[in-house]
Design a protein around this ligand. Structure first.
Ligand SMILES: Cc1ncc(COP(=O)(O)O)c(C=O)c1O
Length: 414
């Protein structure tokens, strides 16, 4: 074996991700890429103006271009403190915050900081794919609780207490909750959060709450589990600027929680990256302060609600059955109406039905989507292989072009 093969402990990890398969395929076939969830339009003007001001002021404020403290630039920490003191109705300050390189780093630092070999983490599938890799790399063990799917609406994707209890044990350290949940666009309700909170308390577990889509809910409030009685002490809440301010490339995120939970995360951040880009943090802090009063969040939510409606209409008009989301960037579609004889080879067991559909749709129809079975364990594939995911975070022109192309699907329906 080569001395420079990937380390033994990483051998079980997949060598390439769904993105490495679908994005080049979309490019090759000039497909409209509704796969990956990054906005392909500019961030809001008032955010870009703040960045320009930081750059213009470089001579007078050169420290804006240097390392900042591990916990984050003081302006951003101050702004986050204000936002979260209000959100959690308690004093949230420097000891409760760590700014990270997106939620991606916050997750990795959290697992690095707390997981001992063999500690277990419960993921609620279908889940954002990076969770699994982050846990695996630290020697942690993933246990799964599955949402029962429903074509009716994303909110009908339900987790039963039994399914959660079957996944939790004395070895469980974390339950990872994503609300609004990326896949399927579910906004968790209070009674559902209550079940997680009760189980967390019973088994002495901490909840990692990934809330990157917290400002994107459609007709329902976003609820943070840390606000439930007794949960502040056992929740690490994660969020980032990328989705809210259409700047996923800025990579600024944060972890918020009880000081004892945040200190080990900050310690790991200090080894990994020390800090993230200072000028971007400053611009973000100033823009966030403005966003509180300039109606940005309402406008942002309204624009996405319109995109979500448009994608749902486009899917329904093409013969697919949209699963109406209550939050986030994505719409799932039930593909049952498309005749599988056109795209599905049951002999190909390495790619589930939805996976083969996504490849076929990209090549034949020219619209790229993502199979939901990319976000679950192998055994759960039959549960989710009727669903594919379309991103709404694209400009009007792209959505219109996709709608036109999807009309061709009528030739392939049952
Ligand atoms: C649920 C969820 N969490 C985290 C991330 C990554 O967040 P960030 O861009 O802040 O690293 C994503 C990105 O798609 C996501 O969907």
């Amino acid at each position: 074996m080569s001395k420079f093969a990937i380390a033994q402990r990483l051998k079980g990890l997949p060598t390439n991700s769904i993105w490495e398969e679908m994005t080049p395929l979309a490019n090759k076939h000039k497909a409209i890429n509704l796969g990956q969830g990054f906005p392909s339009f500019a961030p809001p003007k008032f955010l870009l103006e703040e960045l320009e001001k930081v750059l213009e002021n470089s001579e007078q404020a050169p420290l804006a271009h240097q390392y900042c403290p591990v916990r984050g630039n003081a302006e951003l920490v101050g702004q986050l403190g204000k936002v979260y003191s209000k959100h959690f109705s308690r004093e949230v300050g420097l000891p409760n915050l760590a700014v990270t390189d997106g939620v991606t780093q916050a997750l990795s630092a959290t697992f690095q900081a707390f997981l001992n070999h063999g500690d277990e983490v419960v993921l609620i599938e279908p889940y954002y794919d990076a969770y699994y890799q982050d846990i695996y790399v630290t020697g942690g063990i993933v246990k799964y609780a599955s949402l029962q799917p429903s074509t009716e609406s994303a909110d009908q994707w339900k987790l039963t207490r039994e399914s959660l209890l079957a996944a939790v044990s004395e070895k469980t350290k974390f339950i990872l909750l994503n609300t609004p949940q990326n896949i399927p666009g579910k906004v968790w309700e209070e009674d559902e959060l209550q079940i997680i909170a009760e189980v967390a308390k019973e088994f002495d577990v901490v909840v990692i709450a990934d809330e990157v889509y917290m400002y994107l809910t459609y007709g329902k409030p976003h609820l943070s589990i840390a606000n439930l009685p007794g949960m502040w002490e056992r929740t690490i809440t994660l969020c980032s600027a990328g989705k809210t301010f259409s700047c996923t490339g800025w990579k600024i995120g944060w972890a918020v929680g009880d000081a004892t939970l945040i200190a080990p995360i900050a310690q790991i951040v200090s080894y990994q990256t020390f800090c993230c880009s200072t000028p971007f943090q400053i611009a973000l802090a100033r823009a966030m302060a403005k966003a509180e009063g300039n109606g940005f969040y309402e406008k942002f939510r309204g624009e996405y609600a319109a995109r979500v409606d448009e994608v749902c209409e486009m899917l329904a008009a093409s013969g697919l059955a949209p699963v109406k989301p209550k939050g986030g960037f994505f719409v799932l579609a039930d593909i049952s109406n498309v005749d599988p004889k056109h795209y599905y080879d049951p002999g190909n067991t390495s790619q589930a039905k939805d996976w083969q559909f996504s490849l076929w749709l990209t090549k034949t129809i020219g619209v790229c989507c993502i199979p939901v079975t990319a976000f679950c364990k192998n055994d759960s594939r039959p549960l989710y292989d009727n669903y594919v995911r379309f991103a709404c975070c694209k400009p009007e022109s792209e959505l219109h072009a996709a709608a036109e192309r999807l009309q061709k699907l009528h030739d392939y329906l049952r």
